[in-house]
Design a protein around this ligand. Structure first.
Ligand code: NAD
Ligand code: TYD
Length: 341
């Protein structure tokens, strides 16, 4: 299968590209990524010269480029998005453009190339915020509350509309919070790990009692892959780690694992409209896809801390924004690693 992975140079995208290349020796991957602040071509330095991998720098809102690439693919795994809630609160423009318009642009390209399979990678945040009990599932009503989650909800609706109206063969997955290698250090886990490695304090929002359901990124990639290959067209699958932690508990664990005390916590003003609790009931994916979140949280957290300890050059360049210059100097590549046509 020839798979077009949008947003492949980001956190989940990079992990998914390596997942597919390792597990499906007959598949080829083309990454389409705009290399925003969150995309890093350095992630693929091990793939240089690999004939099964191609990188194309470009925007998912570029209809002509999307059309050309979709024509050459059997499947699109749409991962590209603006993803940070705090940034969406500052300015939602790029979120609406990439997440909503970008998704429709790809759906239009798939529609014009009838048989191209489309899998949309989405978030549990489209379902809103939970009280102290219960969990989201595929039948939960949409109730997005941040500009980020509202833009992802818009994209989900457009994907369903493309299936119902135009028969674009699509599936959607809504996943809980990921963590693992290549995670951009603006999100809580990589931010806290790298701050501590730099001897800096870690900013805990509000009362620290907001809850997230953590899933190791490789388990999410396995779910995406199963949904793509075995999911029923038109269906949605929810993935979650069955691993809820309050931010305060998560913070204590990171501090303990890294040998620091609670004096490193800096309580800061809460995020406006901060969703209190997310949790996923992944029974449908477990039942229909034979999927499960295999990585226990402590195991995944230790592996993640180890990865950041072992890759200081990566996260230091990412934190300073110097990774783009690095890549150009090192590899002299800007744009396409192999011709599109
Ligand atoms: P990320 O921010 O690390 O990466 C996003 C990637 O998309 C980057 O490589 C960026 O360059 C690229 N991109 C952004 N705008 C683009 C555009 N206009 N055209 C082409 N490429 C563009 O994000 P992530 O954490 O890897 O999340 C990936 C996807 O998974 C998103 O759709 C997100 O909503 C979803 N998701 C993430 C999580 C999580 O915990 N990280 C959980 C559930 C769902
Ligand atoms: P984040 O990693 O931004 O993911 P999301 O908002 O998509 O769930 O945040 C996870 C939780 O951590 C969320 O409740 C906000 C909190 N948080 C902090 O307490 N401090 C921080 O510096 C960040 C980035 C997040």
């Amino acid at each position: 299968m020839r798979i077009l992975v949008t947003g492949g140079a980001g956190f989940i995208g990079t992990n998914y590209v390596y997942f597919v290349l390792a597990r499906h020796p007959n598949d080829d991957v083309t990454v389409l990524d705009a290399l925003t602040y969150a995309g890093n071509l350095e992630n693929f330095k091990q793939l240089e010269g690999n004939p099964r991998f191609r990188f194309v720098k470009g925007d998912v809102c570029d209809a002509a480029l999307a059309e050309g690439l979709v024509k050459q693919a059997d499947a699109v795994v749409h991962i590209a998005a603006e993803t940070h809630v705090d940034r969406s609160i500052q300015d939602a423009t790029a979120f609406v453009r990439t997440n909503v318009l970008g998704t429709q642009t790809l759906l239009d390209a798939c529609r014009r190339n009838g048989s191209v399979r489309f899998h949309h990678v989405s978030t549990d945040e489209v379902y809103g915020s939970l009280g102290s009990t219960g969990a989201f599932s595929e039948t939960s009503p949409y109730d997005p509350r941040s500009p980020y989650s509202a833009s992802k909800a818009g994209a989900d609706h457009l994907v369903r509309a493309a299936w119902h109206t135009h028969r674009v063969p699509a599936t959607i997955s809504n996943c809980s919070n990921n963590y693992g290698p290549y995670h951009f250090p603006e999100k809580i886990i990589p931010l806290f790990i790298t701050n501590l490695l730099e001897g800096k304090k870690i900013p805990l929002y509000g009362d620290g009692m907001n809850v997230r359901d953590w899933i190791y990124v490789e388990d999410h990639c396995a779910g995406i892959d199963l949904a793509l290959r075995h999911g029923r067209i038109g269906e949605t699958y929810c993935f979650g780690g069955r691993s809820e932690r309050s931010n305060a508990e998560l913070t204590r664990l990171i501090l303990f694992e890294m040998g620091f005390g609670s004096d490193m916590i800096e309580p800061v003003t809460d995020r406006p409209g901060h969703d209190r609790r997310y949790a996923i009931d992944p029974s449908k994916a477990e039942r229909e896809l034979g999927w499960s979140a295999a990585t226990p949280f402590l195991h995944g957290l230790r592996a993640t801390i180890q990865w950041f300890k072992a890759n200081p050059d990566w996260w230091k360049r990412v934190k300073s924004g110097a990774y783009r210059d690095y890549y150009e100097k090192q590899y002299g590549v800007r744009g396409v690693t192999r011709p599109v046509a």
